[in-house]
Ligand binder design. Structure first.
Ligand code: NDP
Length: 512
């Protein structure tokens, strides 16, 4: 095993560093043993250790053949070391006799200390670090320029992301400086920073920090090694890796980081999928960054589906829907598609074509619009029923179909229908309103879809089942619309059949 970081241009991949935090010697020893099987190097967080005897640290270092970083972080820099600066530097001098491969020193450590380090352990490489647990500095470049010294081997900047834009700025900063040949281990911390931990290798980060498991997290947003290597397959992320993601707010409940990365792994695609919380007022700037950073594809969810329309630069056959749930980007253009309706109709048509059939759609929001649009396109007769009749009228007007109030369901049911779709959000949140209609009026043995994702059987579908209907849940629709999204992003390389098979497996694993 190499004991030094190679220059960036020769680096095959990012070096994965697992943080060892103890706090007891036994715990630290166990962590070192396990981490040595998974990492490229280890960071001993000596300030987190409950022991400081040089013999114990020497023993720990001998437990691994991997290169080791020593860090004794003061409280003022977010660490746990309790003594004053003078005592800290004396401690560091003592442990330097163990000749660690790296020593992490805060950017503002006394300049006179560097020659001391070289005198005691000439081969130890210097990492200059800066932490900010409150925000990401506006001008990261000036921060780095301030930290730069000839004898520094690697720069670590770990700063709090308060929005997705902080993380996008960090990724651009990593890209620009890695290109110049600098070695970096830079991340945004916090929930909003998670994407920088996953995508850093794509943009040239030399180091990625991780922990053995969630209980050992020392900075917010840190991912456990199995999550980073397994779900996000960090080892394979590089310059050529396509970035895919989900944007919207909230995105925390979406299972797409499981399912989509499962498919990526299963089909051997050189891509990674991340969830990004984007507020409407950040959308424009976010897309600008995404283009410049070569993101390939985005799934779009609430509340951004309509807002993205104005950012799409190319003609789309789905423009008439007035909302996109899928974007494909490059440096110059943004293409839009809407796969919600296709997903719903593909799910329904597994039980027979809709051409010439009567479809009643409950709801007149974004999902209803996409489904109604696609159903009309496939030759169905569509009826829109909604709580607010004006909204139903507006949607029906643009599609030239019948409309009414949810209260009129029984009258429309009496006229007959073949397919019933609940596309209201009733059932998504609390169960105060269980059903959008009086279920006693549902017809027997029809095809019934409820778009609410996440549940195998909503109250709406339970009622339909009682009427011996064929039921389709929102997860099936979600899965089939995701198939279409991947097909849109990777149309030249992968078939719908392969995608569907893989997504089926992916959704099965999250059910288990
Ligand atoms: P919108 O906010 O655009 O529309 C919500 C619809 O629900 C409106 O028609 C609204 O009626 C109706 N509604 C809300 N509350 C009630 C209520 N208490 N009683 C009766 N009607 C009500 O949302 P979307 O169309 O974007 O999303 C709707 C649902 O579809 C969500 O649950 C979403 O998760 C799901 N969805 C599922 C997808 C999948 O792949 N499975 C894909 C996309 C969406 P009104 O006009 O009167 O306000």
């Amino acid at each position: 095993m190499e004991t030094t970081l190679k220059p960036h241009k020769e680096t095959v991949g990012t070096m994965v560093c697992i943080i060892i935090s103890g706090p007891s010697l036994n715990e630290a020893r166990e962590q070192v043993k396990k981490a040595s099987l998974k990492a490229d190097l280890l960071e001993f967080r000596l300030d987190q250790f409950g022991f400081s005897q040089i013999e114990a640290i020497a023993h720990l270092k001998e437990t691994t053949t991997l290169p080791v970083i020593f860090t004794l972080r003061s409280r003022s820099h977010g660490g746990e070391y309790k003594g004053d600066e003078q005592q800290r530097l004396e401690e560091i001098k003592k442990i330097l006799v163990l000749e660690p491969d790296y020593i992490d020193l805060e950017y503002d450590v006394a300049l006179s200390f560097y020659p001391e380090v070289k005198r005691i352990s000439p081969e130890t490489k210097l990492i200059s670090s800066l932490h900010d647990f409150a925000h990401t500095p506006k001008d990261l470049q000036s921060v780095l320029d301030m930290m730069k010294k000839d004898y520094i081997s690697l720069y670590k900047i770990a700063v709090m992301a308060n929005s997705c834009l902080d993380s996008m700025r960090m990724l651009r900063f990593i890209r620009d400086n890695a290109k110049k040949g600098l070695k970096l281990g830079c991340v945004c911390i916090g929930e909003q920073g998670i994407m920088t931990r996953i995508l850093g290798p794509k943009f040239g980060n030399s180091l990625a920090f991780s922990v053995l498991h969630k209980d050992l997290v020392v900075a917010p947003g840190q991912l456990a090694i199995d999550e980073l290597m397994g779900r996000y397959h960090l080892r394979t992320i590089g310059n050529e890796t396509a970035i895919l993601g989900l944007i919207g707010d909230p995105v925390s409940k979406s299972p797409s980081h499981y399912t989509h990365n499962y498919v990526i792994n299963d089909l051997g695609l050189n891509a990674v999928y991340v969830k990004i919380s984007v507020q409407p007022q950040e959308l424009h700037e976010f897309i600008d960054y995404a283009k410049k950073l070569n993101f390939l594809g985005l799934s779009v969810t609430m509340p951004l589906k309509k807002a993205v329309v104005s950012l799409v630069t190319e003609e789309s056959p789905d423009s008439g829907i007035g909302a996109f749930n899928t974007l494909r980007l490059n440096q110059k253009k943004v293409e839009g598609a809407n796969t919600d309706g296709i997903g719903a109709l593909n799910a329904i048509e597994e039980f027979g074509l809709v051409e010439g059939k009567r479809v009643i759609i409950l709801g007149a929001g974004g999902a209803a619009r996409a489904i109604a649009w696609e159903a009309k396109k496939r030759g169905a007769e569509v009826v829109i029923l909604n709580r607010t009749v004006e909204n139903a009228a507006a949607l029906a007007g643009s599609l030239d179909c019948k409309y009414g109030s949810l209260n009129e369901f029984s009258a429309y049911a009496l006229q007959g229908y073949d397919i019933l779709v609940n596309s209201t959000s009733v059932g998504l949140f609390s169960e105060k309103t269980r059903l959008p209609i009086d279920a006693s009026n549902m017809l027997e043995e029809k095809v019934v879809l409820d778009v609410i994702p996440g549940k195998e059987e909503t109250p709406f579908l339970q009622e339909a089942k009682n009427k011996h209907c064929t039921i389709i849940n929102g997860n099936t629709m979600l899965m089939l619309q995701a198939v279409e999204q991947f097909y849109f992003w990777f149309s030249n390389t992968i078939s719908r059949e392969e995608l569907k098979k893989s997504f089926n497996e992916a959704f099965k694993t999250i059910r288990e």
